[in-house]
Design a binder for this molecule. Structure first.
Ligand code: ATP
Length: 364
């Protein structure tokens, strides 16, 4: 089901000060997508999620789920959380330690007063779906972290919610288990055809899991797009910077030629992806480290359709699959990722090719 949010505002009072958590959020979350709210700590992700669920009361605005108003300041409507038809999975799993796996998952159906046979059938089906059949009688805490998270997922799914919401559900798992559970979760959600709203500050998790990502800053949504759009083609410097490592260079627009935009920068004149910006205006050039093509042989001239610059390798750090290398080009410090077999060392002068299609212009 689609979720529509209009003009949502929320302030908290804390130590006599007013904290602006949501600053007029307008957002449409499409039906049956995994939609991620991504942003740094304190940007309002959890507050937005809790407002959708009904665990937090906004100051102003409107929330509709499947076209139905769940909360509206103008109309004085506030549907209580248990009547919004949503399932939620928390960071802490929030499963009950004194109950068995079966009882944890059965709980939402019991409070709805469903029959014992219906409960047995639905719990069995849901536990099978999350691959936990056979541990029904076990105390929920006698499971691994990944299994406990699957119990929490089963409990959120058992009542067949219209929408499922996740608040940093993987952050208590160690790195390897987090990756495995993320893949499982993606396949579970893919099989369900359900709208999922997912909060995280982990960019890799957001990129790997989502159909769409909304990047937030200070109570607002800055940009929304597919993982590929946000990573390769962001409009905003803030988004390009937040979603991955990036070389960000101040430039001034110098003109447009052959479907490319020309810029002047401390690296000289460069050809970039076309961007409709007036001559003389300021922008930021964003180049991901993996798109710096470094070569030991020093190319002299820049061919008409390429950007070639020269720099000196200032540091090299081996991080496993690549060397992360800092290259000094005049005053500029560029980060590149090099094949560990490449025969270069600190102090070498190298040429760097920057393909125009990987030179992205974002807001200044
Ligand atoms: P995190 O990733 O750290 O959970 P977040 O992006 O989810 O952060 P929120 O938890 O929504 O951010 O918080 C938004 C702002 O509101 C922050 O400045 C936070 O300190 C403040 N805030 C959140 N809850 C409360 C509260 N109950 N009382 C006072 N201030 C709060």
């Amino acid at each position: 089901m689609e979720i529509q949010i209009k003009g949502l505002r929320k302030h908290y009072q804390s130590d006599g000060k007013t904290v602006k958590a949501l600053d007029g959020v307008d957002l449409t979350i499409p039906a049956n997508e995994i939609f991620t709210l991504l942003g740094p700590s304190g940007c309002g992700k959890t507050t937005l999620l809790r407002c959708i669920v009904g665990l937090e009361t906004p100051d102003e605005g409107e929330i509709r789920i499947g076209g139905e108003i769940m909360w509206s300041s103008a109309q004085g409507i506030a549907v209580p959380p248990e009547r919004r038809g949503l399932g939620m999975v928390f960071q802490t799993y929030a499963i009950w330690p004194h109950m068995s796996v079966f009882d944890n998952v059965a709980y939402p159906l019991q409070i709805r007063g469903e029959s014992r046979s219906a409960i047995r059938e639905k719990v069995a089906r849901t536990l099978q779906f999350v691959q936990l059949e056979g541990v029904e009688k076990r105390s929920a805490t006698k499971l691994s972290g990944g299994q406990q998270q699957r119990v929490a997922l089963a409990r959120a799914l058992v009542a067949e919610p219209k929408v499922i919401l996740f608040d940093e559900p993987l952050s208590n798992l160690d790195a390897k288990l987090r990756e495995e559970t993320r893949k499982e979760l993606k396949s579970f959600l893919g099989a369900l055809n359900i709208t999922a709203v997912y909060v995280t500050h982990d960019r890799v998790e957001a990129l790997a899991l989502s159909d769409s990502i909304a990047v937030m800053r200070a109570g607002n949504i800055v940009e929304i797009g597919s993982p590929q759009k946000i990573y390769f083609n962001a409009d905003h410097r803030y988004v390009a910077d937040f979603i991955g490592r990036a070389n960000l260079i101040q430039v001034s627009i110098a003109g447009h030629e052959n479907g490319l935009t020309l810029v002047d920068s401390t690296l000289g004149r460069l050809r970039c992806q076309s961007r409709d910006l007036p001559d003389g205006s300021a922008a930021t050039l964003c180049i991901r480290p993996e798109f710096l093509h470094v070569d030991r042989t020093l190319a002299d001239a820049s061919p008409a359709d390429q950007n070639i610059i020269h720099g000196k390798i200032a540091s090299m750090e081996f991080v496993g699959e690549v060397y992360e290398v800092e290259i000094h080009v005049g005053e500029e410090r560029l980060l590149a990722r090099l094949d560990p077999n490449m025969p270069v060392q600190i102090g070498d002068t190298v040429s760097i090719r920057l393909a125009p299609q990987h030179c992205l212009l974002v807001s200044a």
